[in-house]
Each structure stands twice: as C-alpha cells, then as structure tokens.
Design a protein around this ligand. Structure first.
Ligand code: ZN
Length: 266
C-alpha cells in the first residue's frame, strides 16, 4: 500500500492545499512563458512570399527540341479506384527551377548533390526593374550593389510570361559582371527571368556546346554557383531588407536540374 507523506506531526500535511495552488501557479506561469516564446517566433516570421510559378498544362516552357512541355494525366479516380493519382511529365527545367553544374558542365555536379546550406539562408534582393529590355548588366552597374552569398535579381519579368519576349528580351549579365559577382563571394543567384545569358543569341546547331553557347550560365556553373531561374511574384516585395530564402529542388538522383519551390521569408 502506498504511504501518504507525513508531516512531522504525522497525518496529511496541512500545507498541501496551499502548496498545490502555488505549484499550479508556477506551472501556469511556465506554460505562459513557453506560449509567449512560441508566438513570438511565429509572429516574428510574419511574411512569407512564394516566388514559384504554378505548374500546369499550357504553361510557358523552353521551346527547343531537347526540352519538353508540362503534361498531366489523371490515373486513379474517386468512385472507381477510390483515390486520385496523376502522372506528370516535365523537363528538368520546367517552371521555377535550379540549374545544377551538370546542365552545362560535362561531369559536373548533379541536383541531388547541391549543399542544403547554400540553398537556405539570408538573401540580398537587388531591384533592377528599371532596366530596359535586352540591357547588358555591366560590372559598373553592380558597383553600388552589396554582393552576398545569396542574391535575387528582380527585373519584374513576370509581365512577359506567356510571351516570346519572356525569352528573347531578357536583361543579361556581361562576363565581367558575372565574374565580379563570383569573385565577391556570391554562391547562389536567383532571377525572375529564364536566363542570365543574352536571349537574342541564336547559334547554328554545330555551335551548340561551344564557348559561344550560354557563356554566363557556364561561368556560374563552372564556379559552382547555384542558378535559380523563372522566379515570379517579386512585385510583392516592397522593402528589400532582412529576407531569407529557401529553395528546395526535387531530389532527382543524377539530374542536371529540377523544378524547385522557392520562398522568401522574414
Ligand atoms: Zn535552367
């Protein structure tokens, strides 16, 4: 049989009621403190902006024969198989996505090998919305820009989604400008355009893969810079301080790129 705790005089302690209410008070106080810390954390991260294009049939997609369009077919059906499932077909560079080095570097790193610590953390957002179509970004134009590990360049390019200009009229980086970013420690670059290269370059088939082909992509990927393309929603960013990024590509083993959900938050 369990013995009740005894007071020096024996019997049930007279103070027990008082002690119980005291420890209840302490426990309530403790719970409030825990709740306050939790809410403070949640409230502190008060803004999340999704920078990802939705994937659907008919979406803008890169047009050469070596890529493909997004397709989705329903397989399982409620009322028949009792569940819905779908088959999706897409290229590794469909919608908002990351280019791994392998995309343009023979035997380069694959999407599943990208280090997660590079893909998440503080990010600098540069507003280049004022640049005209087909502007070459020079090293001089970056002089006032704070170069950090992770950088987003906003060109307000979503307005050209579903038009040919989306590909052909992009502002693009000069070799010197791209090299300057690499030399100053940039490890991740994210764009709301489809490419950091001049979109007007048209090469004959035999020159694909030559040094004239996508030189800025190559400069970044050879230096293991993570390249994120096709961001959207950057017009929702009104102030440019204090943002972090999370960009997590599908973990496709051995792939040269993958669709990626990209968010910024603070
Ligand atoms: Zn790509």
């Amino acid at each position: 049989m369990k013995k009740l705790p005894l007071t020096p005089r024996g019997g049930i302690p007279r103070q027990s009621h008082h002690r119980a209410s005291h420890s209840l008070m302490l426990m309530t106080l403790h719970l409030w403190q825990v709740a306050a810390i939790f809410f403070e954390k949640v409230i502190k991260m008060k803004q999340i902006i999704d920078l990802t294009y939705g994937m659907e049939e008919g979406m803008t997609s890169y047009y050469p024969a070596w890529h493909t369009v997004f397709e989705m077919t329903q397989l399982g059906r409620h009322g028949i198989e009792g569940r819905e499932t779908r088959r999706i077909v897409c290229g590794t560079h469909t919608g908002t996505h990351i280019d791994a080095p392998l995309h343009l570097v023979k035997n380069g790193g694959t999407i599943d090998q990208l280090p997660l610590d590079k893909l998440m953390g503080e990010v600098t957002i540069v507003d280049f919305s004022h640049l005209k179509e087909c502007t070459e970004i020079t090293k001089e134009m970056l002089a006032k820009v704070k170069v950090t590990k992770r950088m987003i360049f906003k060109f307000s390019w979503t307005k050209y989604w579903c038009t040919q200009k989306f590909y052909s009229a992009v502002p693009f980086f000069s070799k010197e400008a791209a090299q300057y970013l690499v030399d100053n420690g940039m490890e991740l670059i994210a764009l709301d355009t489809p490419s950091p290269d001049d979109g007007r370059t048209k090469l004959p088939y035999e020159e694909l893969g030559s040094e004239k082909d996508s030189p800025i992509h190559k400069l970044f990927l050879r230096n293991k810079v993570i390249l994120i393309e096709y961001l959207t929603n950057l017009e929702k960013v009104k102030d440019y301080e204090g943002w972090s990024i999370a960009a997590l590509p599908l973990k496709i083993i051995g792939a040269d790129g993958a669709p990626t959900r990209v968010c910024i938050f603070k």
